[in-house]
Structure formats: C-alpha cells, structure tokens
Ligand binder design. Sequence first.
Ligand code: NAI
Ligand code: MG
Length: 507
Amino acid sequence: MSTTSVRHHQMFIDGGHVDADEQFEIISPSTEELVCTAAKGTVDDADRAVEAARRAFDSGSWSRKSPEERSQVMRAIADRLGEEADELCELEISANGATIRQAMGFLVGLAAPHFLYFAEQAATYPFETQIPTAAYPTASSNRIRRDPVGVCAAIVPWNFPLLLGIWKIGPALAAGNSIVVKVDEKTPRSLLRLAEIAHECGVPKGVFNVITGEGAEVGARLASHPDVDKVAFTGSTAIGREIMRLASGTVKKVSLELGGKGAAVLLDDADLDVAVDGILFGCMLYSGQICESGTRLLVPDAIHDEVVRRLVERASTIKLGDPSDFDTDLGPVVSKRQQERVLGFIEGAKRDGVTVALGGGVPEGPEFEKGFWIQPTILTDVKNNMEIACEETFGPVLCVIRYSSVDEAIKIANASQYGLTAGVWSTDYERAIEVADRLRAGTIWINNWHQIDPALPFGGYRQSGVGRELGPGALDEYTEAKHVHVDLTTKLDRHIFDALLSTPPSS
Ligand code: NAI
Ligand code: MG
C-alpha cells in the first residue's frame, strides 16, 4: 500500500494544523497494514506549542474566563465525545488493536462521562474559599484561592490514549490552564480529533495543543522545558523516573501514573462462578495491556487445583481475532516490540520453573500470520520473587501463586515494587473488607476489576506513581494554593511590628 492512499494526520498547535518534515507510519497491530501517517514532530514543535500555550494563558482568553463559562464549553465537548463515539472508536482501535467491545465499554465509552465529570468540576470546584475571620496574630480575613498552575504538559501512552489524555486535559482545562499533549507516536488519532472538537466547541487557540514525536526527544523536551509548570505522565516506571529527573531542573509539579502488578486475593469462600470469570476479565482484558490489570492471582492451597482447572477451561473459550468484529474477545498486542517483550517474559518464566497451564506463545492459524498475537496464558507454580511476578508484563499472562494463610496472601500481595491496584474475591464482605484494608494499593476491588469512576481517585502507592488522577481532588494537582490575607488591624499599637521596631514612633 502506498503512503499516498492513506490519511495523513497533522499536529494541532495554536488553534491550527501543523505538519512536520518527517512522518510516522501507523501500522495496524492486527494486519500490519499501513493505517495512516502522522507528522513526526520535533523539539521545535514542542517549543512552539509551549510558547502558544503560554501566550494563551497570559492573555486570559481561557485562564480568566469564569468557571461557569469554562464548564459550559467543556460540557459541549463532552456531548460531542458522545455523539462521535463511533468515529472515535475507529480512530482508536485502528492504531492500538483494542477490540470494538472494549473500545465501546472502556477506551471510548468512558471518554464522554469522564470529560463531563471535569466539566462539572469546573463549575463546582472550590476555586475560592473564605476562611472564618481570625483574631490571631492580628485580626484578619483570609481567603484560599486555587490558581491554575499555568502551562501543563501531558505525556500519554498508546493503551488508552483518549481516556488517559482526558484524565489530564479535563482537570487542566477545568482549572484554567493551557496544555500541550504529547501523544504516543503509535496512537495520535483520537486525541488529535479531540483537539479539533475542543476548538469547534470554543476552546481558544493555544490553550489545548497536541503534538507528536519521539518520546525521548519531544516528550523529554516538555518534561524539562523551563516554561512548563506541570507535567503529567502515564507510562512505564522507567520513563516515569526519567520525567521526574527532567522536571527537577525547574522544580515542576509532577504527577505520574506508572506500572502495576495487581494482586487478586481469592479467599476460600469466594463464589467461583463469579470469581473465575472476574479474574480472567481482570487479567486478560485488552491482552493485559492495562496498568491496573490483576496479573497475580493468589489462591489458597486447598482449592488451587480446582481453581486452575476452571480458569484454564474458561480461558480456553476466549476468541482471538479481528478487533473490529463484535464476536472477538481479544485482539493483538500493540506492536512487534510489545509482542517480543511479552514472549520474552514468558520464556524467562519457563526458565525460572513455572508450569504453563494454558497458552504461552503465539496462536496458530492463517489469521494470525500477520499481526502481533499472544495466546491467553496461565502460569502456575509461580513464586512471587520470580521476574514474571515482579515485572509489569503487559500481556495476557496470569501468574497463579499459592498461599496457605490469609496473612501470607496479604504479605505476598504487598511484596511488590508496585501498588496501583489489588482485589479480593469473597462472599464474606466483612472478611473481604478486612483484607482490603491491609492491601497497600491505590484501588482495591472487591468482587470486580477495572471499575474506574471519574468521581473516585486513581493512582499508585510505591513505584506505581505520584499523585492521584480523577476524584474530587483531581484539580488540586492542576492548581496552586494561594493564601490571601486581608489585615483588619487598624491601630498601629495592635500590630506586632514591634517584633522589629522596638522604639515607639515619635509623635
Ligand atoms: P513508555 O513509558 O516508553 O511510553 C509512554 C509515553 O512516554 C509515550 O508517549 C512515549 O513517547 C513517552 N516517552 C518515552 N520516552 C520518553 C522520555 N525519555 N521522555 C519523555 N517521554 C518519553 O512505554 P512503552 O515503551 O510504550 O511501553 C513499555 C512498557 O511500559 C509496557 O510494556 C508497560 O509495561 C509500560 N506501560 C505502562 C502504561 C501504563 O498505563 N501505566 C502505558 C504504557 C506502557
Ligand atoms: Mg509513589
């Protein structure tokens, strides 16, 4: 296929489309066909976008609009995200290989409601709080104002580009900031469309820019740019560390949402009909390419064999195939690199002595000759200190780990560099809550997985990140707290200036 027969996507800077000299080729993960091309932005484009964002911020075109006005524009954007869901699904899944059912339920289906949540936050967030008059040290009236931080940068990955972009764009815009978004080079399409929609709905030029380019070049420039006040990142823990280092030069605000190795603790009283399906949903959805996936399963010794048998039986029914087909359960992984990475982890696990109870390789058949496929894989005899149980695999790979007491299960679950999510499967809610309270992770799901609500905070303990996205505090990360003190002490002798000036004023 020649490059002239496919669509070309330009960047979106300062209210208009901007092209680059070079291009990225975007390849379908399921067919390896060329889907489209996209501008390959450079450091100069990053600088131009930051300049535009700063100009817009200083002009007040968005930053000094009333919260209600910002809320109205954002509501219109949320409506459009709902109206254009079908087109957005196509843009998203053609590049990242998610299935149409996943896209409708999660990747794109959640975009409009999550954006709407931030539109509502724009109107209801306490931008100004009056504190009751204080008499000490001097009589005063005090206000806490939350100001927008200024120019924000967002660096987003390929797995949920639209949604993870919205988790940053939403609070940034609600608070009155300007933003520059760096999309992953493989998946620019849906966020570029969001930038167009936002401008059609009334976001002024320069406020919301989307650039493309290599992470190490363009992303790194944003993270270190002296005129960027805050950087928000979702991606690998390794790059998260790098972002933090780059941001330290100008002491930027940083929020990071990084890797995970979610542990699902199956208690011996769980309803296995629900738990078996739920565990597979928690681990295998989108081939496990979700930071919050439940990839370690902790099973009591007494029911281990029965649970593994049922998991294998059920996982064998998962249908791999064309992501755009409504009958498909599981698509490919995103890239050749990702496929090799996951297969490498599985080979390492075999060397470490695990048993492959299901899958473990590339599916066979003519439909899998092209594309980046991996079989749903269940590994048993996994020890928590093996690489496969420590590292984020980002593949459809479930690690089954045995335990003999609930205390031991909790200890294993918490023994991880990550702490993004964990879960408990049980029919005894009081017991499940006691376990949940002892699990050290940002989200704990009892008898479910992947339940992400924009009104509830999301983020990680330990090396899963810094800060929280979503929830009532989401805008805190995109604002600076400012204390305004209005002194009401009128008489000089009631002031405490005598801490410095001991001699009374001469009359
Ligand atoms: P990555 O962390 O390299 O990429 C994420 C984003 O960071 C992309 O937009 C990329 O262009 C950008 N980036 C890369 N290097 C950068 C740098 N030096 N400075 C600034 N920005 C940079 O992740 P990648 O390579 O796509 O996947 C590798 C692994 O990372 C996966 O196997 C998975 O374990 C993890 N990952 C976790 C995600 C999550 O949701 N927490 C999302 C994507 C990947
Ligand atoms: Mg942390």
